[in-house]
Design a protein around this ligand. Structure first.
Ligand SMILES: [Mn+2]
Length: 375
């Protein structure tokens, strides 16, 4: 039996605040609408390979609690649903279109929250309204999903910065916080104590790539402030906070962790490096295709005769072109895999042009960095 797997990663649908980077909802929904036609020819899985939602940068009221309880996650999900009604109705339409269509959610590092049963229940109920067998139609597969020769995972579990232990990930609670909470990686502290405030002030900055090009376009003063603030934060966390807040497991920051974070500053290299691990995994296992996302870089290539498919991202992003001296909107992309149980029939990376305007280097003022680029 032939099956179609559609693979999407890093959509990052947020709460509609300045930190929400999912701008091209229209383009995304139109793409899914076209794919609904294809889904009618055979059973089809729409595999949402992590960071589908941006719980991480979605506020809870006006704050960003470091301890994410189920209640916090549900409130964030409600805000995301309110901000992106079309996104959710498009998924519901995909499920309605054929009885053999399924949606598979894989956990990424922006949506660890979908591990909570109440979050799963809520998502499932709004996506399967009026449909039979909701549990079969919307699948929560945890950190990875394997279907025959196709293996799918976000990539964050292969990345030292974001890896968590799935078995101990939901902390049972403590004396001072009696509800269970997520044992998030240490970097989330840095995000909520420092980075989120920069992101709120300059939403566009973090969407520009490569980071080296962005850094070269912003003033020295700003750059120095940014780097200094981060380095001081690492030091404070290592020498002070982890001891003064010893009761809090989220504050633990060992020497190996400190080095992990300081290394990119010394090397001035800010790329996520998890693909070596992906290659090792591919070699060790029987999969023919391994599909990842996470680093927002779409690509398809062969290793040892097998395929690595990186499905890129759908959040708003730009890449610097020296020929134009401008940051050009990146192409959106997704994976299109036709397969049988023991055979991959075809495996494609498909691209969709963004509708956003280019950002010329000369126009990249502090004011521009503070804009959200809504069209
Ligand atoms: Mn990610």
């Amino acid at each position: 039996m032939v099956k179609l797997s559609l693979l999407f990663s890093d959509i990052e649908a947020g709460a509609g605040t300045p930190t929400d980077d999912f701008i091209e909802e229209e383009l995304f929904c139109n793409t899914i609408k076209k794919l609904i036609k294809d889904s009618k020819a055979q059973p089809t899985d729409l595999i949402l390979n992590g960071d589908t939602f941006d719980f991480l940068k979605a506020p809870y009221g006006h704050i960003y609690p470091r301890h994410v309880t189920q209640k916090v996650s549900i409130a964030k999900l409600d805000a995301i649903i309110t901000a992106h009604p079309k996104f959710f109705s498009t998924f519901a339409n995909f499920l309605k279109a054929s009885k053999t269509n399924r949606i598979v959610f894989i956990v990424g590092n922006h949506d660890y929250d979908i591990i909570y049963p109440k979050v799963q229940r809520k998502l499932r109920s709004i996506l399967t309204k009026g449909l039979d067998n909701p549990k079969k139609r919307v699948v929560f597969s945890g950190f990875e999903f394997t279907d025959g020769l196709l293996h799918v995972e976000h990539g964050s579990q292969l990345d030292a910065f974001f890896r968590v232990n799935p078995k101990t990930f939901v902390h049972p609670g403590t004396k001072w916080l009696t509800e269970p909470f997520l044992l998030l990686p240490w970097g989330v502290n840095a995000l909520y104590d420092v980075v989120i405030h920069i992101k709120e002030r300059y939403p566009l900055m973090e969407r520009l790539y490569p980071k080296e090009a962005t850094l070269s376009k912003i003033s020295w003063k700003f750059k120095k402030e940014l780097v200094l603030e981060m380095v001081l934060y690492f030091m404070k966390s290592f020498f002070i906070t982890q001891f003064s807040e010893r009761h809090d497991p989220l504050r633990r920051f060992r020497f190996a962790d400190l080095w992990l974070y300081l290394k990119p500053f010394f090397a001035m290299s800010f790329h996520l490096n998890f693909l070596t691990e992906a290659r090792k995994k591919l070699k060790k296992n029987n999969y023919q295709v391994i599909s990842v996302g996470h680093n927002h870089t779409s690509s398809i290539y062969k290793v040892h005769g097998k395929t690595i498919l990186n499905t890129g991202n759908w959040r708003d992003e730009y890449f610097y072109s020296s020929e134009v001296d401008a940051f050009l909107p990146k192409l959106k992309s997704y994976g299109y895999v036709l397969h049988e149980k023991n055979k991959i029939l075809s495996c494609e990376l498909r691209e969709v042009g963004s509708k956003q305007n280019a950002i010329f280097a000369q126009d990249l003022t502090e004011e521009a960095l503070a804009s959200r680029r809504l069209i």
